[in-house]
Ligand binder design. Sequence first.
Ligand code: NAD
Length: 366
Amino acid sequence: MIFEHIENNGHEQVVFCHNKDAGLKAIIAIHNTVLGPALGGLRMWPYKTEQDALNDVLRLSRGMTYKNAVAGLNIGGGKAVIIGDPAKDKSEALFRAFGQFVDSLGGRYITAEDVGIDVNDMEYVYRETQYVTGVHQIHGGSGDPSPFTAYGALQGLMATLNKKFGDEDVGKYSYAVQGLGHVGMEYVKLLKERGAKIFVTDIHKDRVEKAVAEYGAEAVAPDAIYDVEADVYSPCALGGTVNEQTLPRFKFKVICGAANNQLSTDAIGDEVVKRGILYAPDYAVNAGGVMNVALELDGYNRERAMRMMRTIYHNLTRIYEIADRDGIPTYRAADRLAEERISAIGKLKLPMGRSQPRFQGRIRSA
Ligand code: NAD
């Protein structure tokens, strides 16, 4: 049963990690290491069943392979989950025990922060292994990725406007931004700097008030965002907001935002195309965060990170070319770009004695 599941998703290795004394039950899934070591965050969640945890880690690690490949990184896809309640079950021993399992994989899997995990937890992991990103800046960590994600999303937006309207003048168009958190607020700021007309919503009133006061945005109620007459819908909150209930209400011409898993199903993705809306694939648009942590692997440099964000423009342009070339929706074209890159790089004959790239470990500060 488990092997069938793993085979269907194409995973290389799945590691079940158990330490009774530390109360650790974790699963590390390495999906694909053709491009390089598998990088992906650690999620802590009170999964109802072990099967739920396994399903989640298999799905998420596969997603990282595609995201990292489209981002142009020499990084494969992986992910880890700890079964537990982040509000109650965290301890130093738990994260150090997890760190020991990561270390035992010798760099095939590199961990990072995800839902339920913060930089303090990563400090404990870091005591046991160097195969970790997202640590504190004093250890060469990259800090909060959100401003990079927002700036990267702006690059993706420009490529998308160019495809849809034939120009990339952000200020000429209007935007409906859902979610004013770490990424959304920064994204609104970038839109405002370019003179755009912006509609915003959030379930936190103070965030909406800030966007209105500081960036001249127009506030709308959370559910009213889908009816706004704007050119672009930018989801920066939850996943699945493009769905059977919301899509018929859209007057938008473009969907481009930072949220993960924006399309509720593939069928909705096909319907988006039929309605003449251009969808900018989410994992290509929001790759700024992973690009930023990936840069920690060979010595973090902020300027280099900003330059790397600009490649998101070209990644999106390439996706649109593939969609036109193959007559497929853009969400499928993004997957195809990832698969083509993995296949091409996998076929490269490396010089004698050189294996595929492998992270040698970060330089430890004292
Ligand atoms: P966040 O938690 O800081 O912000 C999310 C915001 O959405 C919050 O202000 C929240 O109140 C609001 N929100 C929640 N439900 C809402 C609703 N129904 N209507 C309107 N607003 C609602 O998260 P973030 O770090 O800004 O990330 C936003 C999205 O981007 C997430 O989907 C995340 O997975 C994705 N993402 C983030 C990064 C990053 O670097 N932070 C990287 C890649 C992808």
